[in-house]
Design a protein around this ligand. Structure first.
Ligand code: CUA
Length: 352
């Protein structure tokens, strides 16, 4: 039973990242192209293998050839000759096997170019009433920074990490998502297969990507360009909310961090440590930009860029020694005392 559930889970997981389950126009175009290219290459495969196997069968050595292995077939002109006619240089054949592949390549270039054109984001400037969301995505070793800049023409100014919330489109009301993709260090690649094709995040370059979907729920993805030790631990989560839920989420994220007097001691402990050199908690002196913004840490479902659930136990484990969860990550273990760990976790757990 447990095995069955595990199997069902992994099947659901596979669907989550399948290019054959598109939920957004660019992903649909990519699936159509993939199927078309597959059919064309499958046809070529069967033609080539068909000719090969036909030749092997048709010109196989016959029993009556005797032990002709070492004997030239033409030794006895009256013997049964099994070799096909030997042709040296044939213009029609040369033309055929040059023209046919050239034609196929030409068709593949045309359909690929058409798809590239279809999925190319033609990012308009934000305008009032456009229902569009604009986010700048910055790749880091090994996590994702999301800077929300505009929704429905309203400027936004907050930063979150690893979980991208976007609004669902509805019939008659498309809500396109325009991403600007940049990198803080090395080349990464943003890939959520059910929503759009993968686009690289390159230092010093600004790339763009577009998608929209009516399907609410969680979409999984992954950094798709090797970027160092924890490349495989650079997971991506896109949460597509109903417009109402998304607006509620936006309103919460836009606020500075809650200041709960019950955890004043924990806050003081957090601010006294070097956490604040890398992390930001808006509304406090913690103003680091090197690591994820923690202003609304507890609104995220996972820690360590999607590796573990975001609960008190994992949070404590992470702060105690991040390398137990994500070996080689750039956050060091600070060797905090158990008391101090508890205080800091108490404080962080209030950042909803
Ligand atoms: Cu980032 Cu691979």
């Amino acid at each position: 039973m447990g095995g069955l559930i595990l199997l069902a889970n992994s099947a659901a997981q596979a669907d989550q990242t399948s290019i054959f389950e598109p939920a957004s126009p660019p992903a649909e175009s990519i699936r159509t192209l993939a199927i078309l290219v597959f059919v064309i290459t499958l046809f070529i495969f069967f033609v080539v293998e068909g000719v090969l196997f036909y030749s092997i069968w048709r010109f196989r050595r016959h029993a009556r050839d005797g032990n002709a292995a070492n004997t030239p077939q033409t030794a006895d002109p009256t013997d049964h000759v099994t070799e096909p006619p030997q042709v040296y240089g044939s213009k029609p054949i040369e033309v055929a096997w040059t023209a046919a592949p050239a034609l196929i390549v030409f068709v593949l270039v045309l359909v690929t170019t058409r798809t590239l054109w279809e999925i190319k984001p033609d990012t308009p400037a934000p305008a009032a009433g456009d229902n569009a969301l604009y986010v700048t995505v910055i790749g880091h070793q090994w996590w994702w920074e999301f800077r929300y800049t505009s929704y429905n023409g309203q400027p936004l100014d907050f930063i979150t990490a690893n979980e991208l919330h976007v609004p669902a489109s509805e019939d008659g009301t498309p809500r396109p998502i325009y991403l600007r993709l940049e990198s803080a260090d090395v080349v990464h690649s943003f890939w959520v297969p059910r929503l759009a094709g993968k686009i690289d995040l390159i230092p010093g370059v600004s790339n763009s990507l577009w998608f929209q979907t009516q399907e609410q729920g969680l979409f999984l993805g992954q950094c798709a360009e090797y970027c160092g030790t924890q490349h495989a631990g650079m997971l991506l989560r896109v949460v597509v909310d109903s417009p109402q839920d998304f607006e509620a989420w936006l309103a919460n994220e836009s606020k500075p961090a809650v200041d709960d007097p019950a955890v004043a001691q924990g806050k003081a402990a957090f601010l006294s440590e070097s956490c604040i050199n890398c992390h930001r908690v808006r509304g406090t002196p913690a103003d680091g930009t090197y690591a994820p913004d923690l202003t609304h840490l507890m609104s995220r479902q996972t820690l360590a860029s999607g590796l573990v659930a975001n609960d008190r136990k994992n949070l404590r484990k992470w702060i105690d020694n991040p390398h137990d969860i994500k070996e080689g990550c750039l956050m060091p273990a600070f060797g905090l005392s158990a008391d101090k760990l508890d205080l800091i976790v108490d404080y962080l757990a209030t950042l909803k």
